[in-house]
Ligand binder design. Structure first.
Ligand SMILES: Cc1cc2nc3c(=O)[nH]c(=O)nc-3n(C[C@H](O)[C@H](O)[C@H](O)COP(=O)(O)OP(=O)(O)OC[C@H]3O[C@@H](n4cnc5c(N)ncnc54)[C@H](O)[C@@H]3O)c2cc1C
Length: 460
């Protein structure tokens, strides 16, 4: 008999509990990746993410070969593909890493049942989380956390106690039997058509290198070169002051546990000069964990505000304004620079993401969902948990949201975080794209405040 290994968002070989489990069975392992955009609709990967996925799968396939495992690709409905494999009678077990999105969780439960109905043992792992959300509840009421700080404190306390001893690197030795027999209806990676025909994405190679090896190197590089000034530099968009690990994390090329394992010894050694910096970096990683936790407990937040007061058409959609914002033509320099950075690199600095989102949802009054959609298609790190939480946080309707009366002033922010205009010059000047502002920051701020005040008062 053989073991089936279903890869989803765990595109790595190290610290991969599914792979380790499959190898320990001692049977031939058959790995599959099933690209099924219809099942993920409307949240199937956007254009930039598909570029990443293509290259990440290519790297994974080569790495699995070193473990004597062939990775087979399919472009079809996962249930049909897996059911077909179950029916061959060749497999005794299946393992996969759980996904966090609510619609996928339902779907995976159905697949689990299907496997069991076919007499196949199922092994599922939360490969992407530091804590399983279901049992991580407030001590007082046994309800899910809705505020970051207490969540952070509890998780942080538990990591202190457990991380270094319990989060072992899970290394595996190769499979002794290599099974290269073809699988019916499988296809070549190219046939998944992840890369758009128009080769706009070629430029992304200048900025990114998808895959597990690159993720691990990137973490080492960050620790060696930028961690020592993380707190001070992480808010300055012109500096390379952050880890750039988000797309690697999203596709599971590196696990949060692997990062914690490298960071925690730096934190625990208070004689280490980087320990406060490492702590501050860990805090950001716990924001990611919190976003996943919220999505798990409050699945509606993928497209509805966490704060239900905002449900009834609070934002008005203005397509013309939205387009100007998307094209980086608002005339608000730091935001336009961010939108150009996004278009060119598939990413945008976190501080500028906040400014761009604030301008759109507060000064322009467009809906956070419209902004989130644009990010979804253009970010290489587009992630349903982080993106939904980020947008709702800025729009003031999310969990632990920025208070609605806090409206970023992009000009003040630029004078603080991009004093020399290095960032705006980099992304705007060479293309000569500075426009007249289409919106007055001060009066639009006042209008937004009135709108929020009125709404909040009437919806209590
Ligand atoms: C409107 C908006 C939309 C966003 N959309 C996404 C998204 O689609 N995908 C995504 O990964 N992040 C998103 N973020 C969060 C954040 O901007 C990125 O994670 C960060 O810029 C990635 O850069 P980095 O890896 O260098 O971060 P670092 O500063 O090095 O942080 C390390 C890791 O911590 C996590 N992290 C950092 N900041 C946050 C945060 N605010 N929320 C949650 N996790 C965080 C990321 O996984 C990141 O890789 C969004 C933020 C905002 C304000």
């Amino acid at each position: 008999m053989k073991t089936l290994l279903w890869f989803q968002r765990d595109l790595r070989t190290q610290d991969n509990p599914c792979l380790q489990w499959a190898l320990q069975k001692g049977q031939p392992v058959i790995a599959v990746y099933i690209y099924s955009p219809d099942e993920d609709a409307p949240w199937s990967e956007g254009s930039a993410s598909r570029w990443w996925l293509h290259h990440s799968l290519q790297k994974l396939s080569a790495q699995l070969a070193e473990f004597n495992i062939k990775l087979h690709f399919f472009k079809a409905n996962s249930r049909d593909v897996l059911n077909g494999l179950f029916k061959t009678g060749e497999f005794s077990d299946i393992a996969w890493g759980n996904r966090i999105e609510p619609y996928r969780r339902k779907y995976e439960t159905q697949i689990e049942k299907l496997a069991q109905d076919n007499g196949i043992q199922v092994k599922r792992f939360n490969h992407d989380l530091l804590k399983t959300p279901a049992n991580f509840l407030t001590a007082s009421q046994q309800t899910p956390y809705k505020v970051f700080t207490p969540f952070y404190k509890k998780l942080r306390y538990e990591l202190d106690l457990n991380s270094v001893t319990n989060l072992q690197h899970r290394q595996c030795s190769p499979c002794s039997h290599f099974d290269s027999s073809p699988l019916q209806n499988s296809c070549a990676l190219q046939e998944l058509s992840l890369l758009d025909k128009h080769a706009w994405h070629e430029k992304l190679h200048r900025y990114w290198n998808p895959g597990e090896t690159s993720a691990l190197n990137q973490l080492d590089h960050f620790i060696e070169t930028a961690l020592n000034q993380y707190t001070e530099q992480r808010d300055f968009p012109a500096l390379d002051g952050t880890s750039n690990l988000s797309p690697h994390l999203h596709f599971g090329e590196i696990s949060p546990a692997q990062i914690v394992q490298q960071i925690m010894p730096l934190i625990l050694d208070s004689s280490n000069k980087n320990y406060t910096e490492a702590e501050s970096f860990l805090r950001q990683l716990i924001w990611r964990e919190f976003a996943r936790y919220i999505l798990w407990h409050f699945p509606q937040t993928i497209d509805q505000p966490m704060n239900r007061k905002f449900n009834a058409g609070f934002w008005h959609a203005d397509n013309a304004l939205l387009k100007t914002w998307q094209q980086g033509k608002t005339g608000i320099k730091i935001v336009d620079a961010g939108m150009k950075q996004l278009w060119e690199t598939g990413s945008m600095h976190n501080r500028v993401r906040m400014l761009a989102a604030s301008l759109l949802t507060k000064n322009m009054g467009a809906s956070w969902q419209q902004g989130a959609r644009w990010f979804w298609d253009t970010l290489v790190d587009a992630d349903l948990a982080n993106n939904s939480m980020g947008w709702q946080w800025v729009a003031g309707c999310g969990v632990d949201a920025a208070p609605y009366f806090r409206i970023f002033n992009p000009e003040t922010q630029a004078s603080k975080f991009d004093k020399q205009n290095s960032y705006t010059d980099k992304w705007l000047k060479e293309k000569n794209t500075v426009n007249e502002p289409i919106i007055d920051i001060s009066s639009s701020r006042k209008q937004a405040l009135e709108r929020y005040n009125t709404y909040i008062r009437h919806s209590v």
